[in-house]
Design a protein around this ligand. Structure first.
Ligand SMILES: [Zn+2]
Length: 134
């Protein structure tokens, strides 16, 4: 069976319905299952990839995302891009005793992801309904 890719608006609408009903979903895998089920009410051939859904979910105002991560030893080169949503990363800086600043990590512009120089690799997501911003 061939799949059809829904528009961003359709994914957002399905996501809103799911998260409002569930209040909280404890993993991206589960969220994707539920959103696809919702999308297929409109079109049985609809699907959404987990990367695309994650990017939409973490940047939706009505979803509050908790990112669990583990630290890895080696410094990964982030190339200024967020590994969660693809947004731009800002350097977080600390003042040194010499009056200069030193980069201590990075923080995403558009989602809750942050990392120190010891890279935080996202391992699990928890999505909660944020009724203040629905
Ligand atoms: Zn991000």
């Amino acid at each position: 069976m061939a799949y059809t890719i829904p528009s961003e608006k359709e994914i957002e609408d399905a996501l809103r319905i799911v998260i409002r009903r569930m209040k909280a979903v404890g993993s991206l895998r589960k969220l994707r299952e539920l959103v696809i089920k919702e999308l297929r009410i409109k079109n049985p051939s609809y699907t959404v990839g987990h990367d695309r859904l994650r990017e939409i979910a973490v940047t939706s105002p009505f979803v509050h995302t908790h990112i669990e991560a583990r630290h890895v030893e080696e410094r990964k080169n982030l190339k200024g891009k967020c590994p969660v949503c693809g947004g731009n990363l800002n350097k977080t800086k600390n003042e040194t005793i010499f009056g200069g600043t030193v980069t201590i990590g990075y923080k995403c512009n558009s989602c809750p992801y942050w990392t120190t120089l010891k890279m935080r690799v996202p391992t699990r997501y928890r999505f909660e309904y944020d009724k203040e911003h629905s």
